[in-house]
Design a protein around this ligand. Structure first.
Ligand code: IPE
Ligand code: IPE
Ligand code: MG
Length: 247
């Protein structure tokens, strides 16, 4: 599969909605948390697979604003697993030149999570290979609302005028400022929705849905998604003929 991938058309940025942990566990007659515990292999495979192909950014939706409404025990288990994963993975990230960053309302995470996250981000900040962006306590609507607050404050203090507000300025006030929009979004577990993920950034992203439940996701699934992406014609509003004549 990997050999079929065109190395000249690799997405710079891949975003993944890692879904289906609970169902994976329930299928095995286990508690939902068992599924979250078994999600790390998939995370490692996705990161490694992306790094091998020269992808620049991979954004992983790990915990949404809405996920705070889950049972307390599940939320606590997820926060614990997050810290464990970060602690376990930093040496590998250093070895593979991988940088960690986050988007989302990380200030709302428990203190011990914030401490470990900040430490891992600081440790990996000078790495120049793949950037892994963890979306934590993140939602697209939250992010857009935050951007609006930032812009409105600048208008009130006369740093900018309302007329200057344009899509580029809005993008610069999002958590993802400086990161290119994802060319490819992957969602596992067969759900056909966005669930409040990167609403602004996904405007022209190619969407790829797979029935694979997240704990079963492997490099070959990433390769399959990229191959599907490479077969698409991205038109950005133009006609097919216009796109072809650009080559
Ligand atoms: C994704 O798996 C992980 C998180 C949202 C934190 P789920 O926990 O949503 O698993 P399902 O969708 O219930 O199977
Ligand atoms: C989306 O999955 C959030 C993450 C993967 C972190 P959900 O399982 O929360 O989404 P819905 O509720 O099925 O839309
Ligand atoms: Mg789910």
């Amino acid at each position: 599969m990997k050999e079929k991938i065109n190395k000249d058309n690799i997405p710079q940025h891949i975003a993944i909605i890692m879904d289906g942990n609970g169902r994976w566990a329930q299928k095995k007659g286990a508690m939902r948390i068992f599924g979250h515990r078994n999600a790390m292999t998939a995370v490692r495979e996705a990161i490694e697979g992306a790094a091998e192909l020269g992808v620049k950014f991979i954004t992983l939706y790990a915990f949404s604003t809405e996920n705070w409404s889950r049972p307390k025990e599940e939320v606590e288990a997820l926060m614990g697993l997050l810290v464990q994963a970060i602690t376990d993975e930093v040496p590998t990230m250093m070895k593979n030149n991988i940088r960690l960053s986050t988007i989302g309302d990380t200030k709302s995470l428990p203190g011990f999570c914030q401490t470990h996250l900040e430490k891992a981000i600081a440790e990996t900040q000078n790495n120049t290979g793949l950037t892994v962006v963890l979306a934590l306590s993140y939602s697209g609507r939250w992010e857009i609302a935050e951007a609006m607050k930032g812009i409105v404050k600048k208008v009130i203090s006369n740093d900018i005028s309302a007329e200057e507000i344009d899509p580029a300025m809005i993008a610069d006030h999002l958590n993802t400022a400086g990161i290119p929009d994802p060319e490819l979004l992957i969602r596992t577990s067969g759900e056909l929705r966005i669930s409040n993920f990167m609403l602004w950034q996904l405007a022209y992203t190619e969407l790829y849905f797979t029935e694979v439940l997240w704990p079963d996701f492997r490099k070959k699934d990433l390769h399959e998604a990229i191959l599907s992406y490479q077969k698409r014609e991205r038109r950005f509003g133009k006609t097919g003929a216009q796109i072809k004549s650009d080559f």
